[in-house]
Design a protein around this ligand. Sequence first.
Ligand code: NAP
Length: 230
Amino acid sequence: MKRVALITGANKGIGFEIARQLAEREFTVILGCRNAAAGRAAADDIGCTPPPVVCQLDVTDDDSIRRAAAFVTKQFGRLDVLVNNAGVALDKFRSALDLEAGTLRDTFETNVVGAFAVTKAMSPLLMITDGARVINLSSALGSLESMGGLTLAYRMSKTALNAITRVLSAELADHGVSVNSMCPGWVRTALGGADAERSPEEGADTAVWLATVQPSPTGAFFKDRQPLPW
Ligand code: NAP
């Protein structure tokens, strides 16, 4: 049976490109999208045969997550790769002194709680699949070693996502599941903006590498396929 990959936030940007590249590499790709119509349009754009599967998935909605886990269980009974890609940047370049608590909560709801809840819901499937992997779309902006001013909510959310990577990599190691964080670089997407340095193709590279490299590392943080300081 083909390996199965679920990518959250796969209707556009880096998530779409990760899905496209994994489909090219013979994965059965599940596009997790909060807007199913946008997911179907993305599936048409990928255009592989058979087409990618679309699964409605809002990472901030417990019922949606539960339904998605039930769907993957029923349709495939396995999950080789989970890419926690869905993310928001609500305080880009804003001073921490102007940050509202609600913006911090909203950022955490998607980037941290969402990624955790999806991973937890999918963990029974990951644990029964040989060599399964979780890939968390983090950011160098969450690296404490190089942390400077501005964008506090987004930075904190990615630092917290990295903590999820560390803790779950330790707890899932005995089940053969690897968990890693990666930074795609500054990428031209709705989130990254038009002035960003990289194309989505370049931004997807390290995630696709983590989905396929043998043996898989675990509990680490990568950019351009190289370790990045926490
Ligand atoms: P993007 O083009 O804005 O795409 C974000 C994706 O996340 C969209 O599909 C969006 O869905 C989805 N999403 C947001 N909230 C969601 C929710 N509650 N449930 C499900 N999906 C949700 O952003 P991107 O640049 O590709 O970013 C992808 C990931 O890379 C993010 O985690 C981001 O933090 C990370 N990253 C990006 C950059 C960069 O420069 N672009 C740099 C470092 C890290 P809708 O279309 O429905 O809104």
